[in-house]
Write a protein that binds this ligand. Structure first.
Ligand SMILES: O=C(O)CCC(=O)C(=O)O
Ligand SMILES: [Fe+2]
Length: 277
């Protein structure tokens, strides 16, 4: 049983902010010590990861999945300061980890890491051009991003409700309403896949380091794995195994029984039976 003191509250204000703006900032999600440990593991693995087949061909280091690379990354999948928020915001227990993603963006005067887009794959699933929320990502920022143009995450608040693309004024680098998040190391940002976002250019002299964990309904396929190694599943909690694809019954992703989703009892304990029908 988790003691009341360690349970992360999820407030109505947080839910409302996420609904209205499509994202939510969680300060101090990771203590300094955890940030240091993660940076140290990333430093140790960097060269090996740079040669990985799972590297995206960009100027920085972009690797997914990352939970397979060290158990410190695996631990973040159920991180108490953020995971309950992710579950509550998706408002269901039939969830999986869709992706786990390390992105390092070194200084670059010429290119940004990634331009404006919304996540969610192809085809876009929505109604009358407005995307349905099918997933969200929790980003853990491991370096300070307190000035402009340090490679931070940019978002257009509220753009998950737009029909079509955001508006770019002629010659503008960023769309109307774009903001660059100024955040301290250890901050997490949760955003839903429909919100338009981009990486800011990094004109600083520091490499920007972020870890993203995607969560979505098990009705969809994960982004960056088909199955996880049995040896990894054995090291997980029952909820962790669910998140990484374990099911107990044949139709378990579609019509989940309690045995398919240990997250259901957990959800009921924390939030009552408030899940989507
Ligand atoms: O670099 C970032 O912070 C954003 C990355 C991103 O949007 C993506 O990988 O889909
Ligand atoms: Fe994205």
């Amino acid at each position: 049983m988790i003691s009341e003191l360690t349970v992360t509250p999820v407030t109505d204000e947080q839910i409302q902010h996420f609904d209205d703006f499509g994202y939510l900032v969680v300060e101090d999600a990771l203590p300094e010590q955890k940030v240091a440990e993660l940076l140290s593991v990333i430093g140790r693995l960097k060269d090996e990861l740079a040669a990985s087949q799972h590297r995206k061909d960009v100027f920085g280091l972009d690797i997914r999945p990352i939970v397979t690379e060290d158990d410190l990354f695996l631990d973040l999948m159920e991180w108490e300061a953020t995971f309950p928020l992710a579950v509550r915001l998706l408002q269901h227990f039939n969830l999986q980890l869709t992706t786990s993603h390390l992105i390092m963006v070194p200084p670059n005067p010429d290119q940004r890491n990634i331009g404006w887009h919304s996540d969610g794959g192809s085809p876009r699933i929505g109604v009358n051009g407005v995307r349905a929320m099918t997933s969200l990502k929790v980003g853990y920022f491991l370096t300070d991003l307190l000035e402009s143009n340090m490679g931070s995450l940019m978002v257009v608040p509220g753009s998950h409700r737009l029909q079509g693309d955001p508006v770019f004024l002629e010659g503008a680098r960023d769309p109307v309403g774009a903001v660059e998040l100024k955040i301290k190391a250890g901050t997490a940002v949760i955003f839903q896949q429909g919100v338009w976002h981009a990486g800011a250019p990094n004109y600083s002299d520091q490499t920007r380091v972020v870890l993203y964990y995607g969560y979505g309904y098990r009705l969809y396929r994960p982004i960056d794995y088909d199955t996880m190694p049995e040896s990894l599943l054995e090291r997980c909690s029952p909820i962790g195994r669910q998140l990484l694809g374990h099911k107990a019954t044949h139709l378990g992703y579609y019509i989940p029984t309690d045995a398919d989703c240990p997250l259901k009892a957990w959800y009921r304990d924390r939030f009552g039976e408030t899940w989507r029908r």
